[in-house]
Design a protein around this ligand. Structure first.
Ligand code: ARG
Length: 460
């Protein structure tokens, strides 16, 4: 065990770190992806230090050039080969190699506690924008399929049992609105992430009167934190982003689940394009919807990450604790996975082939039972009685082995004299979807209004 020359805090230690601690403590493999944010934070800090007289103009220029050189090294993969404790230590070491002892002035009035909080917030804001873009693209793909399926009718399901006919567009748009809410939540999370912790020091504020408002403006934050203890120990922004991402993941999973069912031989409503499926090593005929299953499976892991992050936070004393480092990987993985899932689902949705004949074949007459009851209501029957009568008709039809509209008129009239006439006016599934003209319903005009509203919200 030799003392690590790269360490930022060796002075008060006589003995080197035990390798078993080092193994858990070293966060570079996870946080090296913060290098862009760390360089940006350093650059802003250099300017702030010059403004308070810690650095001369010449020193600032030298450090800025040095940071450019460090950024170029990191761009070329320097962080992959390094074995420093974390990204902050690495950047400072590389800077020292470029500019010499002057690099030692960089960390004046600052701590890795306010630095990592700043880097993480910057990263989160960017990741949110990336995920928002991926969800928007998926929304547009669903809207496009919805437009294509405006006149295609299919069953809707409750309890996975045939319920009532709907337009395919209505089903597709049912998966767009959750994405709209996800995007609203992400925007909200981005707004709360946009608060600058830098200048909070380790916990009690910076020893130098840096212009924090100027730092915020320079780094793209909307505000500065009001309390240094809170600023270094707060990870609400990360948890909110992970919550929004796991909820989006849950929506992707429900879309995937619908498509697993609808693409099965039993339903056959859609075909998933080959590039999004895989074969079986044993059964030569198989074509499996792995893309959908992976999105569904991954979303469970996102939820687990969210719970893990909150569990890590709940017992922490105020201020920075090393436990917080464990949450960083969860933040990165969750945002990455939600993005990858949305991108994959966009490909799946774009590649879907609708099978309108199979959907039509799944529309049985019983799915119009509610419409029949509604017709009796229009004739003056209280709904409860109408419901009972149509129920009796369904039972009779089942006993006769016939669909409800084929029950002989005399049999229907025996149940209630108004039934044969109502059956005569019942019409087909198209008539049923057109009866639902109220906003949010299945009539063509209502669905068109819905599609236009969604398209405006998801415009590129
Ligand atoms: N790698 C650390 C993290 O991600 C940086 C902060 C270290 N702070 C400290 N007091 N040791 O949390």
């Amino acid at each position: 065990m030799t003392k690590d020359p790269h360490l930022l805090w060796g002075g008060r230690f006589a003995e080197p770190m035990d390798p078993r601690l080092d193994r858990l403590n070293r966060s570079l493999p996870a946080d090296r992806r913060l290098w862009r944010e760390d360089v940006a934070t350093n650059r802003a800090w250099v300017a702030a230090l010059e403004a308070v007289g810690v650095l001369t103009g010449a020193e600032r220029a030298q450090l800025e050039d040095g940071l450019d050189a460090v950024a170029a090294q990191l761009e070329a993969g320097a962080a992959e080969r390094a074995d420093d404790e974390d990204i902050h230590s690495l950047v400072e070491r590389l800077l020292g190699e470029v500019v010499g002892p002057l690099a030692g002035k960089l960390h004046t009035g600052r701590s890795r506690n306010d630095q990592v909080a700043t880097d993480l917030r910057l990263w989160t804001m960017r990741a949110i924008a990336r995920l928002d873009g991926a969800l928007a693209a998926l929304g547009r793909a669903l809207i496009a399929q919805g437009r294509a399926g405006l006149d295609v009718l299919m069953p809707s399901y409750t309890h996975t049992q045939r319920a009532q006919p709907v337009r395919f567009a209505h089903w597709a748009l049912a998966h767009v609105w959750p994405l709209a809410r996800d995007r609203g939540r992400l925007e909200d999370a981005r707004r709360r992430a946009s608060v600058l912790p830098l200048g909070s020091g380790a916990i009690a504020g910076s020893g130098f009167s840096v212009d924090r408002v100027g730092l915020a403006a320079r780094l793209g934050f909307a505000a500065v934190s009001e309390n240094s203890i809170d600023a270094v120990g707060d990870r609400d922004f990360a948890i909110e982003a992970v919550f929004a991402a796991s909820l989006a993941g849950m929506h992707l999973s429900r879309l995937a689940e619908d498509l697993v069912l609808f693409s099965s031989a039993e339903f056959g409503f859609v075909k998933v394009a080959e590039p999004f499926t895989t074969g079986s090593s044993l059964m030569p005929q198989k074509r499996n919807p792995d893309a959908l299953e992976l999105v569904r499976g991954r979303s469970a892991q996102l939820l687990g990450r969210l719970v893990g992050m909150m569990a890590a936070m709940k017992a922490l004393p105020s201020g920075y604790q090393k436990d917080l480092q464990e949450n960083n990987a969860a933040l990165f993985e969750t945002l990455d996975a939600a993005c990858a899932g949305a991108e994959l689902m966009t490909g799946v949705v774009q590649g879907l082939t609708l099978q309108p004949a199979r959907m039509a074949a799944a529309l049985d007459a019983e799915m119009l039972a509610t419409d029949l009851a509604d017709l009796l209501v229009r004739g003056g029957r209280p709904f409860r009685e109408a419901h009972e009568l149509v129920g009796a008709l369904v039972r009779r039809a089942e006993a006769l082995g016939l669909p409800i509209h084929r029950v002989p008129a005399a049999e229907a009239a025996a149940l209630s004299p108004e039934l044969p006439e109502a059956l005569g006016r019942l019409g087909d599934a198209e008539a049923a979807v057109e009866r639902r003209r109220a906003a949010g319903g299945t009539a063509r005009a209502a669905v068109e209004v819905q599609i236009d509203a969604a398209a405006a919200l998801f415009a590129a």
